[in-house]
Design a protein around this ligand. Structure first.
Ligand code: ATP
Ligand code: MG
Length: 138
């Protein structure tokens, strides 16, 4: 089994129970869950890889606009499987190419795309430690 870090973003955190039910129906085990309103420094640190890009300020504004629900998810091949369940980053592309994906169903535009998922084992380790502390993927 593998673990990955997911977030239900502020646009969708009001429907977290519904989204978590879909996540569990897809075979993921929710190992840990934390609802938190991120500060600007926290969101900037979390998305540091995007610092300097044109969408960075909008992304940080959005991610601090309400609570997020962070989830530690477990399943065989969890990192890849979770990104598949989310669908493409841009909601418009998700609706066209993966209509059953979470971003197609819950996303509203290319920033407000409902969910986050770690993109690699290294990211998953960093992001899981960011939310839940310690070497939780070990
Ligand atoms: P995430 O990291 O949130 O799981 P991702 O890995 O699919 O998404 P990234 O390239 O890491 O996509 O972008 C991080 C987030 O920044 C996206 O999920 C989206 O909310 C926002 N974003 C990315 N690209 C754009 C863009 N071109 N315009 C507006 N927002 C964007
Ligand atoms: Mg990413």
């Amino acid at each position: 089994n593998e673990r990955t870090l997911a977030m239900i973003k502020p646009c969708t955190s009001g429907r977290a129970a519904e989204v978590i039910a879909e996540i569990e129906a897809a075979g993921f085990v929710v190992c840990a869950k934390k609802e938190h309103q991120m500060s600007v420094p926290q969101a900037s640190e979390f998305y540091a890889e995007h610092d300097g890009k044109e969408f960075f300020k909008g992304l940080v504004d959005f991610m601090t606009s309400g609570p997020v629900v962070a989830l530690l998810l477990e399943k065989p091949n969890a990192i890849k499987e979770w990104r598949a369940l989310m669908g493409p980053t841009a909601t418009s592309k998700a609706k066209e190419e993966a209509p059953d994906s979470l971003r197609a169903k819950y996303g509203t535009d290319n920033t407000k795309n409902a969910t986050h998922g770690s993109d690699s084992f290294v990211s998953a380790a960093r992001e899981a430690a960011f939310w839940f502390g310690g070497p939780v993927l070990a």
